[in-house]
Design a binder for this molecule. Structure first.
Ligand code: SF4
Length: 301
């Protein structure tokens, strides 16, 4: 195979017959881990989950700007409307549904991705999602980060792995495509923990995963820990080795939608090597080749 893992670009080409890019949207949602329902401080690394491309305005306006940005580089690109900022199934049901449907009506939109938490998937919102999934290519992106409860408690995730498993099963039952987000380099975790997370998630056979590096961002509680010397960010070599090993534990058919951090934030404090995302992706590809490793090599059902 040309690539030793199932990349998003290969999947999009296979599915849509054209390149596809994500248009990042912010529809003003908040998060139960921020608004006081579960907590107020959020996850200790949180910057709201907003990418650096996010615009303001209606869904139509934001998508128009994103389409321009994307098609400047790839004129024939299809677009996935990505509801990214905060928790995008949390809020007024009718408002959320109208935002999803508005996105679907925009030119070149071939699908929708919705970033959320597994504890924000009520029966009502699941019905809305099932409906949307019948109309288009829908992906629900669940920010899990780790299967380990101790780590999750430390970074204030606010829900247990059991809650994630229940939400995963509910989405699966409705045949909704699922992407699971993982983070490498979380406080308290050693390599074996990160590999166990990949192994555990692999067993669930998600449709897609996003593997992120832990970014230390300005004005987050994580920055305080880092400044106090209580957290050592991963080196590029460590990240490359761990991520390549995780790929070998994932099912070959799971699409790897991301292999690095999410956007070069101007608030990034560390690790600064992660700004060069292409270098990170190339280093992972090189490592896989040198070690004759590939996605799924050690996957066990
Ligand atoms: S769930 Fe997401 S939006 Fe909410 S606090 Fe955690 S990282 Fe931030």
């Amino acid at each position: 195979m040309a690539e030793r893992y199932f990349s998003a670009s290969a999947y999009y080409q296979q599915t849509f017959g054209r390149p596809v890019q994500k248009a990042v949207l912010d529809i003003g949602c908040t998060c139960p881990n921020i608004d006081g329902t579960i907590g107020t401080g959020g996850c200790i690394f949180c910057d709201g989950g907003s990418g650096h491309f996010t615009h303001s305005g209606t869904v139509t306006q934001q998508l128009a700007q994103e389409r321009q940005r994307i098609q400047q580089h790839i004129s024939e690109a299809g677009i996935i409307a990505y509801f990214q900022a905060h928790t995008n199934t949390y809020g007024d049901l009718h408002y959320l549904e109208s935002c999803y449907l508005e996105a679907l009506q925009q030119p070149d939109v071939v699908g929708i991705a919705i970033g959320t938490r597994p504890d924000c998937l009520s029966e009502e919102i699941l019905s809305v999602l099932e409906n949307i999934s019948d109309k288009t290519h829908l992906t629900v992106e669940l920010g899990l980060q780790t299967i380990h409860e101790k780590t999750a408690r430390f970074f204030h995730r606010g829900y247990s792995f059991a809650v994630f498993q229940k939400a995963f099963a509910a989405l699966r039952e409705r045949k909704i495509r699922i992407c699971v987000h993982l983070i490498n380099g979380l406080p308290l975790e050693i390599d074996a923990d990160m590999l166990e997370t990949a192994r555990g998630i692999g067993r669930l056979r998600p449709d897609a995963v996003k593997i992120h590096l832990l970014h230390i961002l300005r004005d987050t509680p994580l920055e305080q820990l880092w400044k106090a010397g209580k957290l050592q960010p991963l080196s590029m070599q460590e990240y490359v080795q761990i991520t390549a090993a995780q790929l070998s534990l994932l099912p070959p058919e799971t699409v790897v939608e991301r292999l690095t951090g999410d956007g070069a934030s101007d608030r990034l404090m560390a690790p600064l090597w992660s700004r060069d995302k292409l270098a990170v992706r190339n280093a992972i590809a090189r490592h896989l080749k040198q070690t004759d490793n590939w996605q799924g090599k050690y996957y066990q059902t």
